[in-house]
Design a protein around this ligand. Sequence first.
Ligand code: PGA
Ligand code: ZN
Length: 469
Amino acid sequence: MGGEAFNIRRVRALQVIDSRGNPTIKAYVELAGGGYGWGIAPSGASRGEREAVELRDGGRKWRGKGVSRAVAIVNTIVAPRLEGVDSRRQSYIDRLLIELDGTPNKSRIGGNTTTALSIATARAAADQAGLELFQYLGGAGARRLPIPILNVINGGVHAGNDLDFQEFMIVPHGFNSFTDAIRAAVEIYGELRGLLKERYGATAVNVGDEGGFAPPMRKAEEPLQTLVQAVEKAGYEPGREVSLGIDAAASQLYRDGRYLVEGKAISREELLNIYQRLVENYPIVYLEDPFSEDDFESFKAAVEALSARTLIVGDDLLVTNPERVKEASADGAVTGLLVKVNQVGTLTEALEAIQAARDRGVAHIVSHRSGDTEDTFIADLSVATGALMIKAGAPARSERTSKYNRLLEIEDTLATPPLTLAPSYSASYAAANPWRVYLTGIYTTTVILANITTNFRCTALCSPGYFRG
Ligand code: PGA
Ligand code: ZN
């Protein structure tokens, strides 16, 4: 196939809507050889201060959230610059977008615009190459499925209840395949629905923005206790097969040096004590944004105090920015990086952030946004980059399940036909390398070193993921 086949023939954009009914931008890239790709920018509600800026129209139409200016920029300014460029030159194209924008936070052409274009370009090149997107991005080594972490109880700005922390997740890590992990999650989600209905009535199973339930709970112990019960009721062992995670999204709780939790303005030390208590009493292996995006020192304290038991993950703290990742990783402020392409605005920069984390022994977790769409790019990205986990919401609502469904499909693609003798990776590796970390007197978790493809420093949770193919 001649190289020209990969050249970009046409670029255009369209305004569509996301899962909250807000406008967003969809970009299309067509290649000379007929390859075709598209990408839709997702949108967050608890956004980091340092995220790439979304370009929106303002005014009355679409309640100010229209993206017609972004669409016009693609069709009139960006398209002529990209036409004729080889779509496989992803970093060149992304740099071109960064230069066209010319601002440090993509406020001129919009991080939403660049995100949609960046994804559409990768998809078009993969299509032209006749490869699955994850294989195009990750090569032959892209065979590991991530552990799904599912936000099944919503609070914070994602729900109309009194829970301060934004997300309470289940982490099904003790399984031999992604398929089994999702099955467990779905069973637990069903048990949870029953428990919540019984205790709080039918309105408690209304769902928040990411498909998790939004029951009238207040203290963090309530969702955690209920989740442990749901895990047990579904027949799984908390801490061994299924653990828990929290995204405190603490930037949203931060006011003048203090944190608003359960109606009180508490100090960072008091907040750390709360986390310590929760981690001691529940099988928590994932803790995201425990402190505000400016509170670097507290993140370090959290890593020191808690990282033997749980990952300490930076979302708003790091905003998928390679420089922030380098700084925080080198300083010991995080053990996990949350990756959201639209926080930084291009695939190339997101990949740089992942590399920066990996170089410093920090795991990465690929993530959706609370306002998301049918675009399943993150599923492919997670496999392509060997992510430890993927965070894509509850097993409910199609903008969430589409990501899990894509991963089920990828697992199946890798497994059939069986080109290699794939022994049950987890079983054989676990037999060679297991040891137990005692989380509390009650919960234990099997910890398995996963230094096969990566160099992650293992904290409380380090799973081999699910190798296929
Ligand atoms: P967002 O939240 O997509 O609303 O920013 C998700 C998160 O904080 O992880
Ligand atoms: Zn977060």
